[in-house]
Design a protein around this ligand. Sequence first.
Ligand code: DO4
Ligand code: MG
Length: 275
Amino acid sequence: MILYRTAEELFVAHDNHAYRLEESSLDALLAHDDLHRYLSAAIERTAPTDQLLKAALLAPIEHQEVWASGVTYYRSRSARIEESKDAGGGDFYDRVYSAERPELFFKAVAHKVAGPDSHVKIRRDATWSVPEPELTLVINPRGQIIGYTVGNDMSSRDIEGVNPLYLPQAKVYDRSCALGPGILIQREPMPTSTQIRLDILRESQTEFSAATTLAELKRDPKVLVEYLFRDHSFPYGCFLLTGTGIVPPDSFTLRSNDQIHITIDGIGTLRNTVE
Ligand code: DO4
Ligand code: MG
């Protein structure tokens, strides 16, 4: 079942039907002991509605923080080593790829997050910007993974490449993160065969397309969450992007009006336009 957020309400979609939830706070839903069971019971007692089809979707986030993991795919490791070779930073990326402790960094709070069918931004002072399509874990305040959504970790590769200490500026700015279209509520891990696909369209033509699968993800999502929650509380739960396995060629940079489509099996497609 997939949870969707609109300006007024929350909906759950299941077996080609949508149901409006009595609960309208995502914060409250994420705090439930057993969200899957709560939503199944809501579906049992509620008549389906067509209101979801008419409503604009918002990013499925309220007071949650968004964090991200880095260099969790071999492709990301190689791309970062290359982009930072003049700054002598490549060694850091190689070391973090094989280290026991993962790279985790703060990415956003709700007001920096773009929802489905809205705009993401590239920084005005960046010359090399890319989207990063990432499976995103939805975690409750007790540190349990309760679902999955699609995430875009927009990144300024030139700023990151000059010096790894510039990472927060390369990664955190207004509308540098997109989440949606909804949250797949699922206790079980996503299968390793799950495909993550990125399509970038420019003037309606495909400019770049690639796909990977979760079989390429080096880190166990549960271990990423365990590190994130060490001496660190999230009273409303949080989101954790799990890193990118797709990096466009070095000649590619995003431009205004490019359309970014990220599709993850079982969750859906997150569509955004570059402002
Ligand atoms: O270390 C830089 C960021 C890495 C990242 O965002 C990724 O691998 O997805
Ligand atoms: Mg990333």
